[in-house]
Design a protein around this ligand. Structure first.
Ligand code: SF4
Length: 106
């Protein structure tokens, strides 16, 4: 093995180690950016327009078992208490919530 190959391999290993060290920090930054989205208020005009409620059990039109967590438009991760919704960009909705735009997952 030549000396030049040894240096380049050492440099590559350093970059890999640095990447492994920084990956959790980058992931944390992404999570914080996602968590920064404000929660949709049921009193907001856009929420009222689709009868959004934070508790599907109180919604008149909700079928049993239908809530944001079971909606095809929900963007929160599995088991999350709240997450994004395609109907309300830039806002988060409660997983236990519901609105008249609810769509079944395929
Ligand atoms: Fe919840 Fe689905 Fe309505 Fe969005 S579209 S608020 S996820 S029920």
């Amino acid at each position: 093995m030549s000396r030049a190959n040894s240096f380049s391999r050492r440099g590559l290993l350093r970059r890999i180690a640095l990447g492994l060290l920084l990956a959790p920090l980058a992931a944390r930054s992404v999570r914080r950016a996602r968590a920064a989205a404000p929660l949709l208020s049921p009193q907001a005009p856009e929420a009222k327009a689709v009868q959004y409620t934070e508790d599907a059990r109180t919604a008149k039109g909700a079928q049993p078992g239908s809530n944001c967590a079971s909606c095809a438009l929900y963007q929160g991760s599995y088991g999350s208490s709240q997450g994004g919704c395609q109907v309300f960009p830039g806002k988060e909705v409660k997983a236990a919530g519901w609105c008249s735009s609810w769509a079944p997952q395929m």
